[in-house]
Each structure stands twice: as C-alpha cells, then as structure tokens.
Design a protein around this ligand. Structure first.
Ligand code: 7O9
Length: 530
C-alpha cells in the first residue's frame, strides 16, 4: 500500500515536473525561434552601422583584397549555403514529385504557375505605373551620370535557344557545374577585312551580325557600309551550375519513381533520407547565419564607392524601384495572401524573416533557398510536400522583384534618351520583363543578359545599361528579398489551397517524424487566424 502511494506520489511529482518542463521547453522553444530573428536583425543592423562608422569615421579606402579578407567569414557562410543547394533541389524535387500522384502534382503545379505568372505580371505593371508617374529619367543629361563597366552584345534568339538547350543537358553530372552559353565574339579587324575581300571575290552574300540585320554586299556597298564592329556567335560551356537542367531532370525522375510503385520505393526512401540529412545540415548552417550576414554586409559597405554621388545621380531611379518593391511586398503580396488564406500576413512575415534577411545579405535567392525551406517548414509548419515541390521551382522561375526592376530600368533608360514609348512598346516591355525573370536562371550572367533582351525588344540603347550598373549591387539585394518573399507567400497560399488534395496522400516524409527529427520543434505559433 505504502509502495503504491509512493508510486502515485512519484507519478504526481513527475507529472508536475513534466508540466513544468513542458512549459519551460515551450518557452525556450519560443525564445529559440525568436532568438534567431533577433540575432539576425542585430547582425544586419550592426553590419550596416559598423560599416558606415568605419567608412565615414575614418575615411579609409579599402583595396579589393582587404575587402575579401574582411568579408571572409561571410564568404564561408555563403559557400556553405551554396554547398547544399544541388543536393537539396535534386532530392527535394525527386521526393516532391514522387510523393504526389499525377493529379495532385498537376494541380499543385498549375496553382504554382498561375501564382507565379500573375504576381510577376502585377509587379511589372506596378513598376511601369510608378516609373511613368515619377519619371526619374526625364530631363536628365546622361553624360552627367557616371558609367560603370561595359555592355555586352546579346542575341535574343541565341539566348532563348540556350535556355531551351540548358533544360536538356547532355550530361547530368556536368550540369552540376557547367551551363551552355552562346556568346557574341568580336571579329578582329584584320579577319573582318579578309572575310570581306573573300566575299567580294566570290561575289557571295554576307551576314552582318553587328546590328542583327542581314545584307547582301557588293563592292560599292562594302566601302560605304563597312561596319565598325562585327560579331560571330560562338557556343560553349561555361562554369556555372545548370539549375534549369537539374530541375527538369529531377522533376521527371521523381515523377517516374512515383509511378513505378513498389520498384521505385527504395529510391524514394533513399532520396527522402538524403533530403532529411541535408536539412539537418541546413539547421547547423542557419545558426551561423548571424555571423555570416554581419561580415557580408560589412564587406559590402566598406567596398562601396561614393554612395552619395551615385545616389545624387540616379537616386530618383533607385527610389522608384524601391517604392515599387515596397508596395509589392507590403501591399500587393500580403493582400493576395489574406484573400486566399484568411490568415495574418504579419505572423507569416515573422516566420519567413530569417530567409528575407539572408536574401538581403547574400543577394541570391538560390543561396537563400535552404533557409527559406527551413523557415517555412519549421516556423510556419507548411507541409513539406508543398515546400519541397514549390520552393525550388519558385527560386528558379518566380522573380517578382527582378521583373519589376527590369521594367523600371528599361523605361528609365527610355526617359533618359527622350525616347517616346507607345502602348505597344510598354506592352512589349511588360511581356519581356516577365519572361526574362522567368528565364533568368537558365541564362548565364543573367542580370545583364535579360536586361539586354528587354532593351533590345523595344530598340533602346543597350550601352546605357552602364548607367544603372553602379547601383545594381544595392537594388539586387532589395529585389532578391522580394523574390524570396514572393516565393514564400506562394508556398503559403498553395499549401492552404491544397490541404484537401494532400489529405488523401501518404506523407513520405513521415519516417523522419517517427524518429523525432521534425514535428517536435515548433518555433512559436505562427498559425494565428485573422
Ligand atoms: C535573385 F533552385 C535553385 F536553388 F537551385 C536555384 C539555383 C540557381 C535557383 C536559381 C538559380 C540561379 O542561378 N538563379 C539566377 C538568378 C541566376 C542568375 C540570375 C538570377 C537573377 O537573380 C536575381 C536578380 O539579379 O534580380 C536575384 N539576385 O533572386 O537571386
């Protein structure tokens, strides 16, 4: 009897303890989730502050080498994120596709594509309305504006063919480190002369690729029409991961595994475990992010040159882009989120904030992808079947910020050149800017190339890209943050709208839950209903 009482007491004690410890762990979990956000915000602000104090306080000029030394911890952090991207997208897309049946993946994919296109188009329209009403380029003499770098010759048709070629890589292992690119190489003058004389001697025709037009040459024309520069297209592989190829391959591979039934099971389990292991690695990397972000920002601020002069010259342009991005991020996207989910976008913003801060610090939505995935799954409890399917595709093709930026930049350049754009031109800019942002990941040196495509489409001078390159490093950070925010909102909406479709499907990621890897941790309750 006494033993029983003792046991009962013991039980009560442990119950109390359990209760207390669960309260404590609840509290500590909440703190842990917010601790990361607090640490990240502090490191971001501290990076800016320390950077400006050193820059303005000491007036020191840093060489590129010194900057590389200062941002070294940041580079390590960036590398660690990039390190996990390939295994992450490949395994997540394979498992994502394999775990959804034909109907569910089709529905999810359709919803995603509809969301991507409509929000990107909205962003472009917003950008165009703003740049047309603010008119940052009107009355400016472009010779006053500092130029930086040189522009590049781009052939739109070749760029599109490159994109398609990259979707079907000839070697899937090589796709991890090389991308196909056709570049326009200037023909040396002596070669140009000899080509021309040969053409004349044979009385043949000649292609002039300099301005993209074709002409039949004869000797009289030759002397008068001799172009200053001629280009020839040379194709080859460049060292850059061919994400598009990997994405296409993984989607097909995953879909096939899913349809193989029992035979495909081992592969499904393998890639699933692979993905879980990578996500644990991301869990470690994420806790290094405050230090990494601090040094990345510090290095960038110390390395920037005459910010004031740049801002005086193209301040209105930058402001237009930033106002556009701001409205898209704080009004358009949250509104769409509320309409489709009836949930609080502010709590959603809190949950995604580690990814947004990383996006700002790294200026790369692909490097941010591991953190976006983890933030959505851990903080916001978005179904892994949705995040792992939708986010890698979103990071590759959904770039609202980039599309808005390109539209504003094109119209800014038109205004600087007193170039009158008619309705047809504006529509062309909207469409090309939208498509350019979709295809950006498939084109090497995308930023420049896609901008040239937009300018070419309406006949604007591509050399004037150099006017806006000076401020690009900063605007890139802002638009990347919006790109990641757009991807995240998309995943949230698609999750809410697909709950019913997912219910009847088994969750392949369940095996990890049983091991207690996930599910036990929830950083705060972000699931508040409005
Ligand atoms: C911005 F899916 C992933 F994660 F595997 C993935 C990997 C690489 C997705 C995309 C890429 C990729 O290469 N993207 C890419 C994006 C390549 C070149 C240019 C851009 C455009 O980048 C944006 C911009 O400049 O506006 C921005 N910096 O979102 O990263």
């Amino acid at each position: 009897m006494a033993e029983k009482e003792a046991l009962a007491l013991d039980g009560m004690e442990s119950g109390k303890k359990n209760n207390e410890s669960s309260k404590l762990s609840c509290c500590s979990k909440f703190c842990r989730g917010n601790l990361l956000i607090i640490l990240l915000l502090t490191s971001l602000l501290l990076g800016v502050l320390v950077g400006f104090i050193i820059k303005l306080g000491t007036n020191m000029e840093f060489t590129d080498k010194e900057i590389a030394y200062i941002s070294f911890p940041g580079t390590l952090f960036l590398n660690s994120l990039k390190m996990v991207i390939i295994p992450l997208i490949v395994s997540s897309l394979i498992v994502g596709m394999a775990s959804l049946d034909k109907q569910a993946s089709g529905k999810l994919g359709l919803k995603a594509v509809a969301y991507y296109f409509s929000t990107t188009l909205l962003a472009v329209i917003l950008g165009i309305v703003l740049v047309m009403s603010i008119q940052p380029g009107k009355g400016r003499d472009k010779s006053e504006i500092k130029r930086d770098g040189s522009s590049q010759q781009v052939n739109t048709v070749d760029a599109i063919l490159d994109l398609l070629r990259n979707m079907v890589p000839p070697n899937i292992v090589a796709a991890c480190f090389e991308t196909y690119k056709t570049r326009e190489v200037e023909i040396p003058p002596n070669e140009m002369m000899s080509m021309m004389t040969t053409t004349m001697a044979t009385g043949g025709t000649m292609m002039m690729t300099g301005d993209g037009s074709t002409a039949i040459m004869n000797d009289t024309m030759m002397t008068t029409m001799m172009p200053k520069k001629m280009y020839r297209s040379v194709g080859g592989f460049e060292s850059k991961t061919n994400v598009l190829g990997l994405v296409v391959f993984s989607c097909f591979f995953g879909a096939i595994i899913g349809r193989m039934g029992k035979q495909g099971e081992p592969l499904k389990i393998f890639f699933n475990a692979f993905m879980e292991a990578i996500m644990h690695l991301v869990g470690i990397i994420i806790w290094c992010s405050p230090i990494g972000i601090f040094f990345l920002i510090l290095g960038k601020i110390l390395g920037m040159d005459d910010w004031e002069e740049t801002f005086q010259q193209i301040g209105m342009y930058s402001l237009t882009v930033m106002v556009g991005l701001g409205i898209h991020a704080f009004v358009v996207l949250p509104l769409i989120y509320v309409i489709f989910t009836r949930k609080n976008p502010i709590t959603y913003l809190m949950g995604v904030s580690p990814a947004l801060m990383t996006a700002f610090a790294t200026a790369s939505s692909s490097a941010t992808l591991p953190i976006t995935l983890r933030s959505l799954e851990e903080n916001l409890r978005i179904d892994r079947r949705v995040t792992r399917f939708v986010l890698p595709i979103g990071a590759t093709i959904n770039m609202d910020g980039t599309a808005l930026y390109e539209a504003v930049a094109a119209i800014f350049i038109a205004q600087v050149n007193d170039f009158n754009l008619d309705v047809k031109d504006v529509i062309t800019i909207s469409i090309t800017a939208t498509l350019a942002s979709v295809g950006a990941a498939g084109v090497p040196q995308a930023g420049l190339v896609t901008m040239v495509i937009v300018l070419n489409a309406v006949g604007l001078p591509v050399d004037d890209i150099t006017l806006i390159i000076v401020i690009d490093w900063f605007l890139d950070r802002c638009r990347t943050t919006i790109n990641v925010w757009g991807d995240s909102i998309g995943a949230g909406i698609i999750y809410e709208r697909s709950k019913a479709d997912l219910e009847h499907l088994p969750d392949p990621f369940d095996i990890s839950d049983k091991n207690g890897f996930y599910g036990a941790e929830n950083y705060g309750d972000y699931d508040t209903k409005l």
